[in-house]
Design a protein around this ligand. Structure first.
Ligand SMILES: [Zn+2]
Length: 238
């Protein structure tokens, strides 16, 4: 990557990592596009178009520096795999060839000591068995989510004082109870039903108990599904 856009890309990276990533970017012909946030993916790679030589990589603009770095290296590993194996045969997108490239690309960055310990540890685990996408690797997604900036008016549910009322993205309101390991025990306003919300989820704190329309319906006998009780779990995979 030898164009002025390299400076823009580097501005999204953790500053201490730039010196380790810049040579890697220079080694390949890459067009990196900073993309509007997409819910379905953090980034992607497309090989050079017919008659062209540059790989096309896009990365969501709303990623924190460590998530941006991880996604960039994941996509550069696709470019490296394509360059090395294209002449011989078709390779699977996240097959052993890609894993070898990803490991070779990650190792010097992880070993440089410029990443927070938990991110470096999650990346080291990821190197041994990388998932097809960063957000499929739960340990890595959690380590990276720690560095997300809170949207305006939101706080992490783990930071709420016990007894605080709050709302999640779906509109459901809760009262925060105690933290149980990584999750916050919460009670839904109106139904009193217990949920476990992951501590890293951003929520909107409410000053007082929200008015909830009283329901005359009998409580359902069926136990809510595990997924339902884990309200807000998906919120960090925006
Ligand atoms: Zn991939």
């Amino acid at each position: 990557m030898k164009d002025p856009a390299a400076g823009v890309v580097c501005s999204f990276l953790p500053p201490a990592a730039v010196v380790h990533v810049a040579p890697l970017l220079a080694a390949y012909e890459l067009h990196v596009r900073i993309a509007r946030p997409r819910r379905t993916k953090l980034g992607d790679h497309r090989p050079p178009a017919v008659g062209r030589t540059a790989h096309r990589i896009s990365i969501n603009s709303n990623l924190n520096p460590y998530a941006f770095l991880t996604t960039l290296l994941h996509e550069v590993a696709h470019a490296a795999t394509w360059e090395r194996h294209r002449p011989r045969r078709r390779v699977r997108p996240h097959g052993p060839e890609w894993k070898r490239e990803f490991e070779a690309i990650l190792e010097p960055v992880v070993g440089a000591g410029v990443l927070p310990d938990e991110v470096a540890a999650a990346l080291a685990r990821s190197m041994r068995n990388p998932a097809a996408a960063t957000c499929s690797d739960r340990g890595l997604a959690l380590a990276l989510a720690r560095y997300d900036e809170p949207p305006a008016g939101r706080v992490r549910v783990e930071d709420l004082v016990e007894g605080t009322f709050f709302r999640i993205e779906s509109g459901q309101a809760f009262r925060a109870d105690r933290q149980v390991r990584t999750r916050r025990k919460c009670f839904e306003c109106g139904t009193g039903r217990e949920y476990r919300v992951h501590g890293l989820v951003f929520v909107e704190p409410l000053g007082e108990e929200p008015a909830v329309v009283a329901t005359t319906a009998r409580p359902r006998r069926r136990k809510p599904s595990k997924r339902r009780r884990r309200a807000g779990f998906g919120a960090w995979f925006r």
